[in-house]
Ligand binder design. Structure first.
Ligand code: PFF
Length: 447
């Protein structure tokens, strides 16, 4: 006799799922990862390869995660277990859910510290220092453990409050506010950059194809970026799928989410690089790009205080709508099993992730010399374990499960009617292309 699990409720209307999943997908990866990678790896050639990865690997795995989640209506652990049992496979498939939830908590622990710095920068951009250069400013921000911990705490608290308020009233309601705000701020930034920045040079940087710089490395980098950007392999999309209305079409919805995510990544490039180039700053990626180069540009330009403040609000919103999707799968599991109420489950997991985040905050200062894994400090170790090991492993196992083990009738029931050619293509991608490609990223990253 199967145990009765507590229900989490569902979203009404198809836009809530689309906004929530897009919110998960659109994060720091889109803003400081994609544009730089595209610009320095062959421009249009990279964009083309990236789009192929999205269509042939990303969307097929997203469809698979949603199918499993929605069919079961549970957290990734129970969704994998149920679907496996209903397909006459081993309940050990639930380990894929466990690995996802673990990855989510690890990513949340450092995502929150970095997102905390974004929150801090809303104020730094609004009230710029008269004496510090932008790189000294960044140095001062990360040199202070107390400062980092303060903003890490604020960010984690926001994440906790949204998730603990529930699927409908917390996550569902917040994404309807956050995502339009993000869209508005981004479009504003692009229009500003179009008129005030080096727009043509940016178009060249991002989109002019240079096939001579494409190597095997380019494919791996595009695949890894596509995977991280769509939030795959760790149960966020599976958990959100559980709240998706039954009459919503899985395949077109997945395409919509992937398209919006890609659009935001490209618009982020069009918002950032015109400003970088007009001030003759070097293109860069990650924290150096936004906290040093962008701040330096804001400090030099007209209305920089306002534009800069908007920019860091944008970044914080993108991070917040991703962090809630990192917390949700674990909270769903603890609460549906009846171990804890949703509030206490959210409190327990966010406290745990918060404590782990202390290691990340200190890896910028007091513990910068300390290596948790060989050659990697605390932050890099967390990032390595989650992003380089658990995510690709999870994604590969999900593709293998849906491609080779899941009962076909369960799949077609969940997919509903779609064009037979698209269905066949999806089956082909999920059975062969996705597992082989993800396995190759995985192996190359480990080596
Ligand atoms: N997709 C997010 C980004 O591009 O920044 C990061 C992320 C969020 C990864 C949630 C995984 C996840 F479950």
């Amino acid at each position: 006799m199967e145990k009765k699990l507590k229900s989490h409720g569902a979203w009404i209307g198809k836009w809530t799922f689309i906004l929530a999943a897009t919110g998960s997908a659109v994060g720091l990866g889109n803003i400081w990862g994609f544009p730089y990678k595209a610009g320095t790896n062959g421009g249009g050639a990279f964009v083309l390869i990236y789009l192929l990865c999205i269509v042939m690997i990303g969307v097929p795995i997203m469809i698979s995660e949603i199918i499993i989640g929605r069919r079961a209506g549970n957290s990734p652990i129970n969704a994998m277990k149920r679907t496996a049992l209903d397909s006459n496979s081993s309940s050990l498939w639930r380990l894929v859910g466990w690995s996802g939830i673990t990855a989510g908590v690890l990513i949340l622990s450092f995502y929150s510290v970095i997102a905390g710095i974004c929150l801090n920068y809303i104020f730094i951009a609004a009230f710029p220092s008269e004496v510090l250069t932008s790189s000294d400013q960044f140095g001062a921000v990360i040199a202070s453990p107390l400062n980092l911990l303060f903003w890490h705490t604020v960010f984690m608290l926001l994440t906790f409050l949204i998730v603990s308020a529930g699927v409908k009233n917390g996550i569902g309601r917040m994404v309807k506010i956050l995502m339009p705000m993000l869209g508005f701020l981004l479009i504003f930034m692009v229009i500003y950059a179009m008129f005030n920045g080096a727009f043509v040079r940016t178009l060249e940087f991002l989109f002019a194809p240079d096939f001579s710089s494409v190597t095997a490395e380019t494919f791996l980098s595009a695949m890894g970026q596509a995977f991280f950007s769509l939030s795959l392999g760790m149960g966020s999309i599976m958990a959100y799928g559980a709240y998706m209305p039954k009459d919503q079409k899985v395949v077109p919805t997945s395409f919509t989410v992937a398209s919006l995510d890609t659009l935001v990544a490209m618009l982020a490039g069009l918002a950032i690089f015109p400003i970088i180039f007009v001030f003759n700053l070097e293109p860069n990626s990650g924290p150096g790009l936004v906290f040093v180069s962008m701040l330096s540009a804001f400090n030099q330009m007209q209305f920089g205080q306002i534009i800069g403040t908007f920019f860091f609000i944008l970044l914080s919103i993108a991070a917040l709508s991703s962090s809630i999707s990192l917390l949700e799968p674990g909270v769903a599991y603890l609460s549906e099993e009846g171990f804890l109420s949703r509030k206490y489950a959210a409190l327990a997991i966010s406290l745990f992730a918060w404590s782990l985040g202390i290691g990340t905050a200190l890896s910028f200062n007091l513990l910068s010399e300390f290596n948790l894994t060989p050659g990697r400090n605390f932050l890099d170790s967390m990032d390595f374990i989650a992003n380089q090991i658990l995510l690709p492993l999870g994604g590969m196992m999900i593709a293998i499960f849906v491609g080779w083990f899941m009962n076909k009738e369960l799949i077609t029931n969940e997919v509903g009617y779609i064009n037979p050619i698209i269905y066949k293509l999806w089956r082909f991608f999920i059975k062969y292309i996705a597992p082989i490609s993800v396995a190759s990223i995985f192996i190359s990253q480990i080596l």
